[in-house]
Design a protein around this ligand. Structure first.
Ligand SMILES: Nc1nc2c(ncn2[C@@H]2O[C@H](COP(=O)(O)OP(=O)(O)OP(=O)(O)O)[C@@H](O)[C@H]2O)c(=O)[nH]1
Ligand SMILES: [Mg+2]
Length: 215
């Protein structure tokens, strides 16, 4: 089956909410209890079959750390879909979607951006939940976003984030990222930012390294 579309997806949210764990579960079907904070961003690819069509998901897993906050928009600009992650056991991470992440996204992307709100660490529901499902679902509805609660630890609902997002992108952008739109979403990092931290990956170089990616 040939790959026809590539969708650029970006995960954002506070530190430790489980963005990398969600991506690792989705791409490698693995999970680690260890805390390994992402430096700036990490890139992953995975093909998905959506309604009989193969779609390549090109995923930027960004860092939640304040240190990299000013760089995150460089990764979600030009994205086809954004996954906003909070931790159901950490109220601040949910409040920050409203006060920080959504305003930052709204300032820099078009209002039709396909969004998913994800409450992660569902396996801790019985002992640690502080964000009620209804409240988070209500907020997602206001944003016209898809809503899931997930556990990267058990894998619950993780794949559904990406399949539902791919379907939503296809509905809203039926011709998004065909081969001839390859250059559309090249990310430019200002040289001044690159000089400030050697750990920061240059997304445009990364894209060249993954030259088969169509997004
Ligand atoms: N119980 C439980 N722990 C999780 C889950 N997802 C992630 N964790 C743990 O939460 C911690 C942080 O996970 P990460 O995936 O590194 O979080 P992150 O959002 O990528 O963090 P930054 O890269 O710093 O922004 C790790 O110790 C994970 O093992 C989950 O679904 N359930
Ligand atoms: Mg991470």
């Amino acid at each position: 089956m040939s790959v026809k579309r590539g969708y650029k997806i970006c995960l954002v949210g506070d530190m430790n909410v489980g963005k990398s764990s969600i991506v690792h579960r989705f791409v490698r079907n693995s999970f680690s209890e260890e805390k390994t904070s992402t430096l700036a961003a990490a890139f992953f690819e995975k093909e998905l079959s959506v309604n009989g069509e193969t779609v390549k998901m090109c995923i930027w897993d960004t860092a939640g750390s304040e240190k990299y906050r000013s760089l995150t928009p460089l990764y979600f600009r030009g994205a086809d879909g954004i996954v906003l992650v909070y931790d159901i056991t950490d109220e601040k991470s949910f409040l920050n979607l409203r006060t920080e992440w959504i305003p930052s996204i709204r300032m820099r992307t078009d209002t039709n951006m396909a969004l998913v709100v994800v409450g992660n660490k569902l396996d801790l529901e019985k002992t640690g939940r502080v964000v009620p499902s209804d409240e988070a679902r209500g907020y997602a509805d206001l944003l016209n976003a898809i809503f899931f609660e997930t556990s990267a630890k058990t894998g619950e609902n993780v794949e559904r984030i990406f399949t539902q997002l791919a379907l939503k992108i296809r509905e809203t952008k039926p011709t998004s990222n065909e081969e001839n739109e390859f250059e559309r979403s090249v990310i430019q990092i200002p040289p001044s930012s690159l000089n400030s931290d050697k750990d920061i990956p240059d997304p445009s170089k990364r894209r060249r390294a993954h030259s088969k990616c169509t997004c």
